[in-house]
Design a protein. Structure first.
Length: 470
């Protein structure tokens, strides 16, 4: 894996690119467009799967053992994709969505499944993807009613008003969403109202990617307790009323970091380059697992702080029980886990490609009085690892991007052969591929899924691997 694909530095995306058209092709109009289907299982993206004379069929929103009416068939390669029209025989896992905006929002694509059902389906997915080790897979860990600390608002013009909400990748529209169950709703509404007032007072126009008119593209937020880091993404630079917006936000947050980013590209990327500090706090402070850390707009941070704390505590527990004295912290970002390992007595080698993140990690180390226990390396992990002394008395923690480690990094790890390898993955497919490569010298001893993103089809997995003795 190339380190510059690291999700800690990866540009957030939003499918608003008018230049791309990958829609499945409609089938011949002479065909009956509505069919009664019995769903047999779920696919890897939690879509319903069945088989008919058309071959493999997918129905988004359908569950196993349901009988449904589906319409609008279209081909995508050898697969026929249908829209869910009506559920004739519902699954016991199906519930009425608690969100009145779920049908138009598109952000939480599993709200029609009970909490218990979501956990069963996600655990089953990991068992299916990691079939060779399915007996090691534990039930998923979750936190009831945990909230996301990241919000990404999209904007659209609505007459003389502006819509503020989420982009629906199915309808390719920005839907106006005034409240959200997945975030601290009071703070969600406070920021949204402040943006509305600012846009109205200064006549801020939402950017239209098809016509390439308007200016305001996105607002990307991190809400950490009583602090807010917000980045406004514009098509072209403006200063109109930013001080006014800042004053509105300060009414609801003790600390506000206001940043801007100029993205004039016709693409599906949210950011173009790093955010630029504008006013307020340059960095905001927070605490997790007993570690005080600093966050700056654009830094990678896990979206669910409560689940993240559970994950990091589990990683620390594994390392404490491993008998090692040294830890290599790969893809270490702003240094939260680096400081956590050092605070618990380990010598730590911290590797991160972003120089900006490394500088923040060094500040975090000083704040927590552990700088003398850490060696910081800035650069490609695979290149840096080749010069790292990583022997049988070492553990390695890797948290790669969705693309996984890849063959080159796996081979380097096999060459270095630390006694304990801990792998945090956000993509079961690439995790499975990497585990196959690592099996030459490593055996998984624990596979723990985490529900980092409740009500969505995403699942995080923590795998502990021990070096084989023969």
């Amino acid at each position: 894996m190339k380190f510059d694909n690291n999700h800690k530095n990866k540009k957030p995306t939003n499918s608003t690119n008018p230049t791309k058209n990958n829609k499945p092709k409609p089938l011949d109009n002479s065909m009956d467009s509505t069919e009664k289907l019995t769903i047999e299982k779920l696919g890897n993206d939690f879509e319903g799967v069945c088989y008919t004379k058309q071959g493999r069929c997918l129905v988004k929103g359908a569950l196993p053992n349901e009988v449904v009416l589906a319409d609008n068939p279209r081909k995508s390669g050898s697969v026929t994709i249908y829209n869910l029209k009506k559920v004739l025989k519902p699954s016991p896992l199906r519930v009425e969505s608690p969100c009145k905006y779920q049908s138009i929002c598109g952000a939480c694509n599993l709200l029609y499944v009970s909490v218990e059902g979501q956990h069963k389906l996600k655990t089953d997915l990991i068992k299916r993807r990691l079939n060779d080790y399915r007996n090691l897979v534990s039930d998923i860990i979750y936190k009831q009613d945990s909230k996301r600390n990241k919000i990404q608002f999209s904007f659209a013009k609505a007459g003389t008003d502006i819509q503020i909400g989420f982009f629906n990748s199915d309808t390719h529209k920005v839907e106006d969403i005034p409240e959200c169950l997945m975030h601290d709703n009071e703070k969600f509404q406070a920021v949204r109202l402040a943006l509305k007032k600012w846009c109205k007072k200064y006549d801020i126009i939402a950017y239209n990617p098809h016509r390439q008119r308007g200016n305001l593209r996105f607002a990307v937020l991190r809400v950490l307790k009583d602090s807010l880091a917000i980045t406004l993404v514009f098509y072209k630079h403006i200063d109109d009323g930013l001080s006014y917006l800042y004053s509105l936000l300060k009414e609801s947050f003790s600390f506000v970091s206001l940043n801007t980013n100029i993205n004039s590209e016709i693409s599906n990327a949210v950011f173009s380059g790093d955010p630029e500090y504008c006013m307020g706090e340059k960095q905001i402070a927070d605490r997790i697992c007993g570690i005080d850390y600093l966050y700056q707009a654009g830094d990678f941070l896990q979206t669910n702080s409560e689940i993240c704390e559970s994950v990091y505590n589990k990683v620390l527990e594994i390392i404490l029980n491993s008998g090692v004295k040294k830890v290599v912290d790969a893809y270490s970002g702003i240094g939260i886990t680096t400081a956590l390992f050092a605070k618990n007595g380990f010598d730590v080698i911290s590797v991160e490609i972003s120089e900006k993140a490394v500088e923040t990690a060094k500040k975090t180390a000083k704040i927590n009085n552990v700088a003398d226990k850490i060696t910081f390396l800035s650069g490609d992990f695979n290149l840096a690892l080749k010069d790292v002394d990583c022997d049988s008395g070492s553990a390695m923690f890797v948290d790669p991007p969705r693309a996984g480690l890849g063959a080159n990094v796996c081979q380097t790890i096999l060459t270095k052969a630390p006694s304990t390898l801990i792998y945090l993955s956000c993509e079961p497919k690439t995790l499975a591929a990497d585990l196959k490569l690592l099996s030459a010298k490593y055996q998984p001893t624990l596979i723990q899924p985490y529900d980092m993103f409740p009500n969505t089809n995403h699942v995080e997995s923590l795998v502990c691997l021990q070096r084989k003795t023969n």
